[in-house]
Design a protein. Structure first.
Lengths: 248, 260
């Protein structure tokens, strides 16, 4: 929600600037298992966002005093490449915004990864935003969930994330960069599709109670599409293995 | 990791004693290289290089800036490298490691000494120039980051388009003019293991190496060199590696040009 000065018209003739309807996602593509060294990885394109997620672990928890004798701990680093935005060269390494996103992302996965299977150990999640166009935390979480699954870690569910914003009086799904900058509200959510549980919920702007309920519904509906892309990405890794096995 | 390093070293040494390498290459052979230029749209230039299992992504941004006092008619190039923790279990989170700083500085030296970027073409008007930021992102580590990064940085610069500058404003959506690149530098890196020299070392080979040498050339001159690790090279070995760098330059230059 940048300054309202010079605010462009975000909705023209009932369509958004990129031609999408209010409840329409940008195209999403995910490829699992693309980094050789990582135990699990995923590359995701979500509109113009390009995101890499990698998982290492479980490994011995470091430093030792951080280890939990009852379960694994998760460390998460979300970071934007200095060349990821169309505007100026960014600073290298995580800033305050990135540190907060890293924290809430970690908390999402603490809820779903079966941490009790690996006491005393640590699971590292790395999310690198190579190109950003709004909604990078949702894109990062969606990619990281696939990376965790491709690492073979047991999870209660395959989490996805998406944001629902508000432009004027309209609730709109999946804000892109320009919408994110000038919208009236933005609410990123990470959802467990199994039970609809909200694992990440952030919001700023102005929502009525009715709009909040509606926004959660919109996100859950979009989740069907996102979940399918995630599962297809994982499935295709094993289809490739099967093809190799069968010598095709 | 000490124990792992010893196991890897014994493995690599054992193979070399039998005259082979872990991927079956001869000592002087290089891994296949793939250059994907222009894979990012927000960056002014980009290129990803796959050298065997090593993967490096270079992104270029151009920012408006003031020229240095001693070069009022020229822009500047700043190079940095990140050994991302997602690239290897051995890379850690935190501020740039000495290895990352060395990598960026060696890549920068070759490109700077070769006067690859025409810095005068970065002049806009009095007191205003373009400054170039090249960020090298290591995405997967399997040895020889120097050569992969040199090629990625060179390719990304060659792929770079300069934003339009109109009435004191930068219009990043409008990028037509290609960055003026006058020269092309590529490098060749070798590792010394048990007195033998292997070119284009893998990650395990770098673990086993006593010394490492990088030679960057533009085909006419040697433009930069860097010896790394604790061991040493004989004079003849240095000359051999330099020869290797010249021999390989033409092929790498072609590979970069044909990726554009």
């Amino acid at each position: 929600m940048a300054s309202k000065a010079n605010k462009p018209e975000l909705i023209v003739n009932g369509k958004r600037l990129d031609g999408r309807g209010f409840r329409e996602l940008r195209p999403i593509k995910i490829e699992a298992g693309i980094l050789k060294n990582a135990d699990g990885s995923a590359y995701l394109e979500w509109g113009n966002n390009k995101v890499l997620a990698a998982v290492y672990g479980p490994v011995e928890a470091q430093p030792k005093h951080m280890a939990d004798p009852t379960k694994a701990i998760i460390k998460c680093r979300y970071s934007m490449a200095p060349f990821s935005s169309l505007s100026e060269h960014g600073r290298s390494g995580p800033n305050r915004r990135a540190i907060e996103i890293s924290k809430v992302t970690k908390e999402v996965f603490e809820n779903v990864v079966m941490l009790n299977e690996f006491p005393g150990s640590q699971i590292n999640i790395f999310i690198e935003i190579l190109q950003s166009d709004g909604g990078t935390r949702a894109a990062g979480i969606t990619a990281a969930a696939v990376a965790l699954a491709s690492a073979g870690l047991h999870m209660k569910d395959l989490v996805y994330a998406v944001s629902v914003g508000k432009i004027g009086k309209e609730l709109v799904l999946d804000l892109d960069m320009i919408e994110d900058n000038y919208s009236d509200s933005d609410m990123p959510m990470a959802i467990s599709p199994r039970n609809g549980g909200l694992l990440l919920l952030q919001m700023d702007g102005e929502y009525t109670k009715e709009e909040l309920a509606e926004a959660i519904k919109i996100a859950a509906e979009a989740g069907k599409t996102i979940s399918k892309v995630q599962k297809d990405a994982l499935r295709s890794v094993y289809e490739k293995v099967e093809e190799r096995y069968n010598g095709e | 990791m000490e124990a792992m390093d010893m196991i890897k070293t014994a493995y690599i040494r054992g193979l070399l004693a039998k005259g082979t390498r872990e991927d079956g290459r001869a000592k002087g052979d290089f891994r296949s290289i793939k250059i994907s230029a222009g894979i990012l749209q927000n960056a002014e230039g980009s290129a990803q290089v796959d050298l065997g299992a090593t993967r490096v992504l270079a992104g270029v941004k151009l920012d408006l800036g003031e020229p240095m006092e001693d070069t009022p008619n020229e822009g500047a190039v700043a190079m940095s490298a990140d050994l991302l923790p997602l690239a290897s279990a051995d890379f850690e989170m935190g501020p740039p490691s000495p290895d990352a700083i060395e990598l960026a500085r060696v890549v920068d030296r070759g490109i700077r000494a070769g006067r690859c970027v025409n810095t005068e073409s970065l002049f806009i008007e009095e007191g205003k120039v373009w400054n170039i930021y090249v960020d090298i992102y290591v995405l997967n580590y399997d040895g020889n980051l120097f050569d992969a990064s040199e090629i990625a940085a060179m390719s990304a610069l060659l792929n770079t388009k300069v934003p339009e500058y109109e009435n004191g404003k930068v219009i990043r959506e409008k990028r037509i003019k290609a960055l003026k690149v006058d020269n092309m530098v590529t490098s060749v890196t070798c590792a010394k293991i048990d007195g033998g020299i292997v070119f284009d070392p893998t990650g395990n080979e770098e673990t086993a190496a006593q010394a490492r040498l990088t030679v960057a050339t533009d085909g006419q001159y040697i433009r930069a060199m860097q010896k790394g690790l604790g061991g040493s090279f004989t004079q003849q070995e240095v000359l051999d590696v330099a020869n290797g760098a010249f021999e390989r330059h033409g092929m790498l230059k072609n590979a970069i040009e044909s990726s554009m």
